[in-house]
Design a protein around this ligand. Sequence first.
Ligand SMILES: Cc1cc2nc3c(=O)[nH]c(=O)nc-3n(C[C@H](O)[C@H](O)[C@H](O)COP(=O)(O)OP(=O)(O)OC[C@H]3O[C@@H](n4cnc5c(N)ncnc54)[C@H](O)[C@@H]3O)c2cc1C
Length: 405
Amino acid sequence: MRDQPDYDVIVAGGGPAGSTAAFLLAKAGHRVGLFERAVYPREKVCGGCLTQKSVRFLDRVFSLPLDALRREGLLDFTGKGCALYIGNRRVLAEGLAEPFYFTRRDRYDACLALMAREAGAEVREGTEVTAVDHVQRTVTTAEGERCSARVIVGADGIHSSVRRSLPEGVVDRQRWRRNLGLALEIKINRGEVEMHQNREAAIPLDADIGIPHVFLGACPMGYGWVFPNTDAVIVGIGGLFEANRRGLPGRFREFLESIGFAAFADRKPAGCLLPFGNYTPSPAHEATVLVGDAGGFTSPILGEGIFYAQRTAELAAHAIDRHLTSGAPLAATYTFLLNRRLIPELEAEMRIRDFLHSHLDGRTPVILLRLLIRATRRRVIDAVQGHRSFQGLFRRDEDLHTAVW
Ligand SMILES: Cc1cc2nc3c(=O)[nH]c(=O)nc-3n(C[C@H](O)[C@H](O)[C@H](O)COP(=O)(O)OP(=O)(O)OC[C@H]3O[C@@H](n4cnc5c(N)ncnc54)[C@H](O)[C@@H]3O)c2cc1C
């Protein structure tokens, strides 16, 4: 008889995806090891925007309703509207009944990892997974320790070592590269903005920068953003890597100048790859599954990833639980759940993204785009918030929210 493995499940990576998987599996009574390379609280380059679908997820899965999120310090800022620009023109400014929230990732990620620990997971900080043996079902750490498990979860982000260890064919590498995103971002203290912002700039922002500002077409196949935090604003630009591999730093400087932030154009932005439509339809091999950025799961329109990281982790945790308790085939169960609950929505977003960007190249008059946006804005905002499906924009989207446990 085979020796008892060290863990039922090893989760590599303790971001939102990894902590969600570890929390749910530990709560279900499994022996979980969460191996995180960094030590909490750790920074993650991110706009920190939480849509209503994320807030709803935190309530449903972690029993963290809004007042608990506030109490835990997880909501840094509430944006009660949004402003949308095409080129230099503001095409929409809308107050919202349901706001966008902004979190700080150092706090958010540390809190979820703590909840996984409290649910019974062994959270090992400062532990980097460097190799995976899919046949033996072991991971090796940077210290050379080898640990075994019945299931391995790759939740180790966009540069996932677990994904790279999978055989050719599990991830379509061409498709992955074609839909990879590239982003640049800086965080500027409110005090500095107050002192140095040029208020006569080509694109004037709201005086208090109290709502998210989104700039379609700020770079090819992408957009720019100015997100509010209490003490700072987060300014970024990002789009498909293939369309932006050259020239993104220059475009970022131009973008900063256009919004009155020329004084910050010399700052070195954080540069990051991110998934932008390169989700893997069947991210599983042997007893290993990928969740979150490691499997390419973000919104192909906005690059929003926190919700998708946590939702894929929930679907994977359910498939793993069924595999461990009743022998259900792991890869088939996880793939089925993804295709039932998430992938059709991501495919619909891809179609909308491609349509939108093919009309932002200057050939379609802005007035027409403005009319289109005005006509569809409520439905689109509802879809971004997770109340409505992107598939036709006409029906409610319960697939994103249905409990699978
Ligand atoms: C510029 C930018 C702005 C963004 N803005 C938003 C936004 O406003 N809202 C939103 O919803 N999403 C946003 N995203 C996307 C979001 O940040 C990600 O989709 C999300 O963090 C994915 O979560 P994850 O748990 O899959 O991966 P991550 O958050 O990247 O977590 C992975 C974890 O694994 C650890 N790790 C890595 N390698 C190893 C290893 N070998 N062994 C052990 N641990 C390892 C890392 O330290 C990290 O803690 C943004 C992304 C970028 C780049």
